[in-house]
Write a protein that binds this ligand. Structure first.
Ligand SMILES: [Zn+2]
Length: 455
């Protein structure tokens, strides 16, 4: 089938455009990149130390996910904020087989990949901050903290989920998120003399700013020591945290104390809703804002802005050297698993708003290294408009007014769609950014950030 000659004539497509759609720019902006950019590229290469490092992770945000979000929200010739970073490379994301550690596992999960850039060690799928032999390795966040930097960890998932956890915790299984959820790693519980659950390890490591979802695991009761029977959430107050649970509390928080903000029981609410992919496809349509979204939850960009400014202020107050902040847009991945294109694209656009916030900060603080990347590729593919695939498809009307069909076909529709093993984009701006150029390995990111901070 030829693109554009599929099931629908374009006239019919345009008539089907929903009125209450997500606000889109009136016209897609073409980016002029046909001039000689040699000087601009030379200027973008800056060596030396970075005062701050901000690492933004789009979970499951492969090239396909970036492209569909760009097409939908900005048009094919438009650009997302994350497209504007001056230096871009690709990195490989493979993990290791637990049974045969000399053998690559070509498709990583979020735990092994986050452990890869957080600790510089390849590991097996499911591992958090431990190498393939189960040995803990210090994370970038911990190394930065020990060297006198302020630290932050922000996500739209449970804060104990794999990506944020790998900067803080060391546990053999990612499911060990709370003190009463240690079934898959019983020997690592605090009462057995282990490091304890991921939630408990957050309090032990005590980053300056911790924001996301996942209150549920913090309501679990401690099983060991004098505080047994108290919840992790109660214990956080004893550990010196200011605790907030909504956007108002977040806005009011000052730099005096470390901040723990948990804004949902589980993952935070989605930005957008729309048709799920179906075996027979869908009528072309636009996504809509998620009217069920809990308005008391801050958005990722709000959490990111607040984290940046609190870390900046805390650095000044405590004469810290600077800060290291990781920000994750988590549900790009989760909605890919669910074959939900509007969910996935809305989260990518929400993540991109956080990137824009960070780039505004970087413009005023050019000694800050900003890196935007993903942890692994994912299932969604842009296929010819109206095409049928062996999986499920949905068709959206983009900012160009054109139909875009997205296919999910890595697993039967009744099951969770799968990650893929492709290399993913890594882009950067600021001191040491040139080290992401070319094709690198995910674990090289550890070295790049470590060198930038001098830790
Ligand atoms: Zn996933």
């Amino acid at each position: 089938m030829t693109a554009g000659t599929g099931r629908w004539r374009l006239r019919g497509v345009m008539a089907g455009v929903a009125v209450a759609a997500v606000a889109l720019p009136a016209a897609a902006l073409a980016v002029n990149a046909d001039g000689d950019r040699t000087e601009a590229a030379r200027e973008a290469i800056v060596g030396g130390r970075a005062r701050n490092v901000i690492l933004l992770i789009g979970d499951g945000m492969g090239d396909s996910e970036i492209t569909s979000a760009r097409n939908y929200a900005r048009g094919a010739a438009g650009r997302l904020a994350l497209d504007t970073l001056p230096l871009t490379g690709s990195y490989t994301t493979y993990s290791l087989s637990r049974e045969a550690p000399h053998r690559p596992e070509y498709v990583t999960d979020s735990a092994a990949s986050a452990t890869g850039w957080s600790t510089g060690r390849k590991t097996y799928n499911g591992a958090i901050g431990v190498d393939v032999d189960g040995r803990p390795a210090p994370s970038l966040l911990q190394l930065a903290q020990r060297a006198g930097f302020r630290t932050g960890d922000v996500t739209t998932a449970d804060i104990t989920d794999a990506t944020p956890a790998a900067q803080v915790a060391h546990v053999s299984n990612r499911d060990c998120q709370g003190p009463q959820s240690m079934q898959t790693c019983p020997e690592e519980a605090k009462e057995k003399g282990g490091l304890g659950s991921i939630a408990e390890q957050f309090l032990d490591v005590r980053p300056d700013v911790v924001l996301g979802g996942g209150r549920g695991f913090f309501h679990e009761e401690l099983q060991a020591g004098a505080s047994a029977g108290r919840s992790v959430w109660d214990q956080a107050a004893k550990a010196g945290y200011r605790r907030v649970t909504d956007a108002t509390g977040l806005a009011q928080a000052g730099p005096e104390k470390p901040l723990l903000g948990l804004f949902a029981e589980k993952n935070m609410d989605l930005e957008w809703v729309g048709p799920l992919a179906a075996p027979q496809g869908t009528e072309p349509q636009r996504c809509a804002p998620n009217s069920d979204r809990d308005r008391s939850q801050p958005r990722l960009r709000d959490m990111t802005w607040k984290a940046l400014h609190l870390l900046d202020q805390r650095t000044a107050r405590t004469r810290g050297k600077g800060f290291f902040l990781q920000v994750e847009g988590a549900s790009i991945d989760k909605q890919n698993h669910a074959a939900n294109p509007c969910g996935q694209i809305g989260e990518t656009v929400g993540f991109d708003a956080a990137v824009a916030e960070v780039l505004r900060y970087q413009a005023k603080n050019p000694d800050t290294l900003v890196i935007v990347t993903a942890d692994h590729g994912h299932t969604s593919q842009i296929v010819e408009a109206g095409a049928r695939t062996m999986g499920a498809t949905a068709t959206l009307i983009t900012a160009d007014g054109a139909p875009m069909t997205i296919s999910y076909a890595t697993a039967p529709l009744s099951e969770s769609q799968l990650h893929t093993g492709t290399q993913v984009r890594i882009a950067a701006k600021g001191p040491q950014a040139a080290n992401i150029l070319g094709v690198t390995n995910q674990t090289d990111l550890f070295t790049t950030i470590r060198r930038a901070l001098g830790v």
